[in-house]
Design a binder for this molecule. Structure first.
Ligand SMILES: [Zn+2]
Length: 426
């Protein structure tokens, strides 16, 4: 181990006096001093302890309880030495929940903050999973062999507002008929990037409208990676994707809760309003208001055919699954179309993250505010034939990687195309 003292002693033997002074005055971080950085988009970690000898860092998520469940953590560790082992111990946040849920006044159940595998990266762009962590009584320990001086480490693969902007820009550039647009400015003034795909000569009024959105809950970063895979497929070379672009009008919003994502907060049960309980006549969040306006326009034109809201579920859910609206809230054709779409999805979402055989229903028994959830609001305001669903993609599995999530997105795209080959209004 090269301590500050040994570095200077080494220098005395081999370096000139000016060089000795230069080396001894180098910033500590450059000499293997561990440092935790979180002042970047999406960053969140409260450092509880840092032991430079054992190379151990202990953190907790730093999110504010009023800005949603404090389960998300994302940090950069600098000053690593090649091939050394870094130990990261994550403890759950002690913050007491303040939102409207049944656990108000208690800390969040720790499992939400402690994935079996953490995500890490040497460039902040390509993400890998660690080996399974070691569970403590209250916490989880992850080990890293440093193959660079800097490691980005996170709860799951991060996907930030900048990633969303880059994604829609690059897809719009590469694909004819695709254009990026700003859905709105968030309540805190940040742009909310979105993508629209519509190619060929077909008249707008003949095009079924498809609305796909992710990340109403900011901690659910995997949902944005599913959206990325979906966007890449929709804008890609597959003849089925081209056919879909030529016949339909498709909107994709990779991140809905831009502000909580940017600030490293959880979003779920945030005050004054959870994004996915904000679907009322008077929404608090600008993104919800902007999405509603577009969706109501498509509905008025009788074009809205499909709405899918992408989320991540609980820590023990090992397979993706859909939430559907209660059948009694839908017209007969609506129930029939949901059944048909789910049958196609069971064939297409074949793995490695394979769709669970049965959907779940989120109605009055799920949450007293069920009517204010996106898919239920959309179903209540959409033409009777429209399909409105939530897809929950499992995050706590070895396949919940960027590739695993993107594969789910591409498979969902294929399912959508198959479903819309038949006229959904009949
Ligand atoms: Zn969610």
């Amino acid at each position: 181990m090269l301590s500050r003292f040994s570095l200077c002693r080494f220098s005395v033997r081999r370096l000139s006096l000016p060089a000795i002074l230069l080396v001894c005055c180098l910033p500590l971080a450059a000499r293997g001093e561990l440092r935790v950085v979180t002042d970047f988009e999406g960053g969140s970690a409260k450092v509880l302890a840092l032991d430079p000898i054992s190379r151990t860092i202990r953190i907790a998520p730093a999110g504010q309880a009023e800005r949603g469940w404090p389960c998300w953590w994302y940090l950069r560790v600098e000053g690593l030495r090649r091939d050394e082992t870094l130990t990261l111990e994550v403890q759950p946040s002690e913050a007491l929940l303040v939102g409207p849920g049944k656990n108000r006044g208690k800390p969040l159940v720790p499992a939400w903050a402690l994935p079996t595998r953490a995500s890490f990266s040497t460039d902040g762009k390509s993400w890998r999973q660690t080996e399974p962590g070691r569970a403590l009584e209250a916490g989880m320990v992850y080990s890293f062999t440093a193959d660079a001086e800097t490691l980005w480490i996170a709860w799951g693969p991060p996907f930030t507002p900048a990633d969303s902007a880059n994604l829609v820009r690059s897809l719009a550039k590469a694909c004819r008929g695709a254009e990026e647009f700003e859905l709105c400015k968030s309540n805190e003034g940040r742009p909310c990037p979105a993508l629209r795909l519509k190619d060929g000569d077909r008249r707008d009024e003949e095009r079924p409208a498809i609305w796909l959105q992710a990340r109403q809950h900011a901690w659910e970063s995997g949902s944005s990676w599913v959206a990325r895979g979906l966007g890449e497929w929709l804008a890609g070379d597959d003849p089925a994707a081209r056919r879909l672009r030529e016949t339909c009008e498709i909107t994709l919003v990779p991140i809905m809760d831009i502000d909580s994502t940017a600030t490293g907060n959880g979003g779920k049960e945030a005050l004054p309003q959870d994004h996915n309980r904000d679907w009322t006549d008077k929404p608090h969040h600008a993104e919800v208001a902007a999405a509603q306006k577009e969706l109501l326009r498509y509905s008025a034109e009788k074009r809205l055919a499909l709405f899918i809201d992408l989320h991540n579920p609980g820590p023990t859910d090992r397979q993706p699954f859909f939430y559907r609206c209660p059948d009694e809230t839908l017209a007969e054709i609506g129930v029939r179309n949901v059944d048909r779409f789910l049958t196609i999805c069971r064939g297409e979402l074949a793995g490695p993250l394979a769709l669970a055989p049965e959907p779940r229903t989120s109605g009055a028994g799920y949450d007293p505010l069920w009517k204010q959830m996106s898919k239920n609001w959309v179903a209540a305001n959409a033409p009777p034939h429209a399909v409105s669903l939530t897809l929950e993609t499992a995050w706590n599995t070895p396949d919940s990687s960027t590739d695993g999530y993107r594969t789910v997105g591409a498979q969902l795209g294929m399912a959508i195309e198959k479903y819309l080959r038949a006229d959904p209004t009949r």
